[in-house]
Design a binder for this molecule. Structure first.
Ligand code: SF4
Length: 377
């Protein structure tokens, strides 16, 4: 059997097998990835999540070369939101039926651990029905340095205060030579995996992610996927709590110091990588398409390259959009539903753990009057 037949039959692919996928015709790799997706998740359904992003502070000392979002604390537009301002954003989400916030910021040394714990308690006291998936391994590492505590202790306190999960940001490519060239102070691969492992041990939600376009080649991309697969094996067997899903997107460099220096990735590369990820990550059934970086149309095509999920509404996504320069900071439910239906699937609203919450009334949603595409700046 050739490598694609072996993948579709359920065999785990080796590093050499995965590298070979970059030399095969894309439609063949895509067909195998789609066949595996149809086996692993409900073949009729494409899921999506109603949520919002809240970026509680843009002050950050890590200064990644690919980030257009962060500010030093002396810059005029540096900010840290008050608990009340964050609360108002949660209320906006609840008004459109969402019950999950994804809250991330920079590594701001002026915010002590107690600030985070008080914020989590405030949110749980005022909005008990809203899930709080917040912070990233980079922010937890910043708190380790600030407090001298280990991630396990920090996350335990955060969980007690109301944290539901640690989203997957900051993985990029888990090969230090690649990540440190773009961001010398960035969290090292081993620390990213260590902190995710600590979160998984505590039963918190986690997501695996990947960003391509730094100039890395197939070898580094495969190394990243194998690192995620290995951690997922460990998390599932030891903690009985692995990554809920996998999200891949492309590097955005507009307004960043990497503009003109990093090659980024084309739609073709993105779609191939999505298919390779589906075939590599045999222990991770849910793969997201990325409308924020690829636009709705490529995201729609991604549903035939291994993705089974259209991502989330992301009301007020500020970080990727700042570096993309397209001004697309959210999607509406109508836009998501329309693209899923048009691609030939049944839309289903899910929670962050990919449990289906409801099947929306497609006819009613599609009859709403709002633009299908958000304007591009
Ligand atoms: S990507 Fe995150 S850690 Fe890096 S500079 Fe931006 S806010 Fe800071």
């Amino acid at each position: 059997m050739d490598v694609l037949e072996r993948a579709v039959s359920g065999e785990r692919l080796s590093e050499a097998d995965l590298l070979a996928l970059y030399d095969l015709p894309l439609p063949e790799v895509a067909a195998a990835a789609h066949a595996v997706r149809l086996q692993k998740t409900d073949p009729r359904v494409v899921t999506y999540l109603i949520d919002r992003n809240i970026n509680y502070t843009n002050v950050c000392t890590v200064a990644c070369g690919f980030c257009a979002f962060y500010r030093t604390k002396r810059q005029k537009d540096a900010y840290t939101l008050s608990f009340e301002e964050i609360g108002r954003k949660v209320e906006e989400l609840m008004a459109v039926g969402g019950r999950r916030i994804l809250m991330q910021g920079g590594v701001n040394p002026d915010l002590p651990l107690d600030w985070y714990l008080e914020l989590l308690r405030y949110l749980k006291a005022h909005y008990p029905e809203v899930r709080v998936d917040a912070f990233s391994p980079e922010e937890i590492l910043g708190l380790e340095r600030l407090t001298g505590l280990k991630a396990e202790a920090i996350l335990e306190k955060m969980k007690e205060a109301g944290l539901d999960g640690l989203p997957g940001a900051g993985a990029e490519i888990l090969v230090d030579e690649v990540r440190l060239k773009a961001a010398p102070a960035r969290i090292r691969s081993a620390d990213w995996v260590r902190i995710m492992d600590a979160a998984q041990a505590l039963g918190l939600y986690t997501l695996a992610s990947m960003v391509i376009g730094f100039g890395e080649g197939p070898k580094e991309r495969v190394a990243h996927l194998l690192r995620i697969r290995e951690q997922q094996d460990r998390a599932l067997s030891v903690h009985k709590n692995g990554f809920s899903g996998f999200a891949l997107w492309t590097l955005q460099v507009e307004n960043t110091r990497l503009k003109g220096k990093a090659p980024g990735a084309t739609a073709h590369e993105y779609l191939r990588q999505l298919s390779v990820a589906r075939l590599a990550l045999d222990n991770l059934p849910n793969h997201q398409a990325s409308w924020p970086t690829m636009g709705f149309k490529v995201a729609q095509a991604a549903l035939y390259y291994g993705a089974n999920d259209f991502g989330s509404t992301m009301l007020e996504e500020n970080v990727v959009s700042a570096a993309a320069g397209h001004g697309r900071t959210h999607a509406t439910v109508r836009q998501i539903v329309r693209h899923i239906v048009d691609a030939g699937f049944t839309p289903a609203e899910r929670d962050p753990l990919y449990r289906i919450l409801r099947y929306p009334d497609v006819e009613a949603i599609l009859s709403e009057k709002e633009p299908l595409e958000l304007p591009l700046a």
